[in-house]
Design a protein around this ligand. Structure first.
Ligand code: ADP
Ligand code: MG
Length: 582
């Protein structure tokens, strides 16, 4: 994938990639700021003319008019240039945020398993912001500052090459010192941004489990964790600021040194008659003029280190593996219930983690309900994750409708499946938004239909604003059973060819459980239903039961068959399944 290569590129190439679409505007901004500088430089000359006119008793009308025009032009062009540059820099930030968000949403689940959402969030919100300064200060600063610098040096060379050589020695000496400082700014900036990421992760951890934090009396501890990350970011930013200030002052100091050195050498040259006093004065003025572009260039370099640190974090995210494309493009498969086959599937979540599936094989025909049972950790949820292609098996094949899931285009594969996670989240927003989340085109009639079958209609009637009631962050305004039914309704509205239902262990009361049993049985008439079951009521309804243990399929059969044929199943049936609603 092209994403893998992105992390090796130097930061400036990445920056140029973001800037490229705005290069016209950036150039315009740079030209405008050069013009601002030029009008500023012209002012002293006009002032001198005005004074000359005054002392010569000439009319000063012309000079005054010119001066006012210059002042207005300087202010106007300056404002316009600043606006154009800032606008461009904001566009670069926007481009980075868009690119990063697009990547994040298309990453493999396996890549996300190893990242902190809060840290990823910091990359989108905080790191991208740093591209603003690097665009204006580094790119434009280096352009305009560098141009002015070169022009001034050329002028100096024309005035007196020998004095230019002296100046260059001093400036290059300072350059070496700054060169030593620059990597430290980079390192400190990287650590500062990493700490912002840690702070995001720590915050996400607290805010995501605020009730548990409070109930555990852990506010103080969690607060300290967030503060520690914030303080570390402060410490590193202060370090970066210290080195930046040192670099800036080294540049300033070098100019003072250059001034004195030129004065001494130049004085000696004047004494020997090599140059006249006017030449020395002109040269000293140029040394003075050198100050501002040099500081601009130094600022460009130091700001670039901050930006490069942010770009490295953005690129790191972009280098994470994206979801795989289909190996072969097949014509869209037929409608109707789908069959599922596992052929000797072996799987581990990561190379350094133990194997979870040790050769799982089973076949589910295209209809009816199949229950998966087994002790916790047996690998039941993993079966669903593999069907959805959240992960890839290391060996074996998974077939949906006889086609390897790797050959299904991912959107079509997922469109064919309705997936209800074990603890399916309710997203913040309205109930309607939650229900239509995976099926925006569903009609009002379909919605009412599904609400009736999932026994949510009475809930909707009770809610103050019906379907348009806000259900709160993570559905905190709903009960556990209601949340699960919302998740099932959401999956059913997609009219799936295969329904994957990872039953929650104890979310439903007896009445709702009976209702849901009918719903799932109803659904199983038009769809293939796979359900990870924890209830006897579910397994007795199932056409077949797959008993899993420690990453293997132990037995397949009906409830009656398995009660006698499989001791583990018999034990599960008596000890683990809730028998109330059988
Ligand atoms: P079940 O649903 O049967 O209880 P799972 O399929 O969820 O079991 O998990 C099987 C094994 O895989 C467990 O040992 C679990 O710890 C591990 N596991 C599950 N999800 C992940 C993950 N995202 N990363 C690493 N290990 C995981
Ligand atoms: Mg599970």
């Amino acid at each position: 994938m092209s994403t893998a290569a992105t992390s090796d590129r130097p930061a400036w190439r990445v920056l140029l990639e973001y800037v490229r679409p705005h290069r016209g505007a950036l150039l315009l901004g740079a030209v405008l700021s050069l013009m601002t500088g030029a009008t500023g430089l012209a002012l002293p000359l006009v002032a001198k003319g005005l004074i000359d006119d005054l002392s010569a008793d000439r009319s000063i009308g012309g000079a005054l008019l010119l001066m006012s025009m210059l002042i207005v032009a300087n202010a106007g062009i300056g404002a316009l240039g600043g606006y154009v540059l800032q606008r461009t820099a904001e566009s670069v930030v926007l481009a980075a945020r868009r690119a990063l968000t697009s990547y994040l949403l298309r990453l493999r689940i396996a890549a996300l398993d190893r990242t902190e959402p809060g840290d990823l969030m910091a990359r989108v919100t905080s790191d991208t912001t740093l591209l603003r300064e690097v665009t204006t200060d580094s790119l434009v600063g280096l352009g305009t500052g560098g141009l002015t610098l070169v022009a001034t040096l050329v002028m100096m060379g024309l005035v007196d090459p020998a004095l230019l050589a002296v100046t260059l020695v001093v400036v290059l000496g300072a350059g070496c010192v700054i060169g030593l400082i620059v990597p430290r700014i980079n390192r400190a900036s990287k650590q500062a941004q990493a700490s912002v990421g840690l702070m995001g992760a720590a915050l996400e951890r607290v805010l995501g489990a605020l009730r548990t934090v409070k109930a555990s009396g852990a506010e103080g501890r969690e607060e300290r964790a967030v503060h520690a990350a914030a303080e570390e970011s402060w410490r590193q930013s202060v370090r970066a600021a210290k080195w930046s200030a040192l670099a800036g002052n080294t540049a300033g100091l070098s100019m003072q040194v250059a001034f004195i050195t030129v004065l001494a050498f130049g004085g000696a040259r004047v004494a020997t008659g090599a140059i006249d006093v006017g030449t020395l004065v002109a040269f000293l003025l140029y040394v003075f003029y050198l100050m501002s572009p040099i500081q601009q260039v130094v600022r460009a370099v130091t700001q670039y280190q901050v930006g490069a640190a942010a770009i490295a974090r953005i690129e790191e995210t972009r280098a994470l593996p994206a979801e795989p494309p289909a190996r072969v493009r097949r014509p869209a498969p037929a409608a109707g219930p789908a069959s599922v086959t596992f052929e000797d599937v072996r799987f581990r979540y990561a190379d350094d983690l133990p194997q979870v599936h040790h050769g799982v094989s089973f076949t589910v025909p295209p209809q009816g309900m199949t229950a998966f049972v087994g002790p916790s950790g047996a690998g039941k949820t993993t079966v669903f994750s593999l069907i959805e292609r959240f992960y890839e098996p290391s060996k074996g094949r998974i077939l949906l409708d006889g086609t390897d899931v790797r050959e299904w285009p991912l959107p079509e594969l997922r469109a064919a499946i309705g997936y209800v996670e074990q603890d399916a989240p309710v997203l913040s927003g309205t109930l309607r938004e939650n229900l239509l989340f995976g099926a925006l085109e569903a009609t009002e009639a379909e919605l009412r239909d599904v609400l009736a079958t999932t026994r949510l209609a009475s809930l909707v009637d009770r809610l103050p604003e019906g379907l348009d009631t806000l259900v709160g962050h993570r559905g905190t305004k709903l009960s556990g059973g209601e949340r699960q039914r919302v998740a099932i309704a959401r999956a059913l509205l997609r009219r799936p060819r295969l329904l994957l239902l990872d039953e929650a262990t104890s979310q439903l009361d007896a009445v709702n459980e009976a209702a849901l049993r009918d719903t799932v049985a109803d659904a199983a008439r038009g769809t293939t239903v796979l359900v990870v079951a924890h209830r006897l009521s579910t397994v007795t309804r199932a056409e077949r039961i797959v008993v899993m243990d420690a990453g293997r399929v132990r037995a397949v059969g009906t409830h009656r068959e398995l009660l006698t044929a499989d001791p583990l199943y018999a034990e599960l049936a008596t000890t683990q399944f809730l028998t109330s609603a059988a």
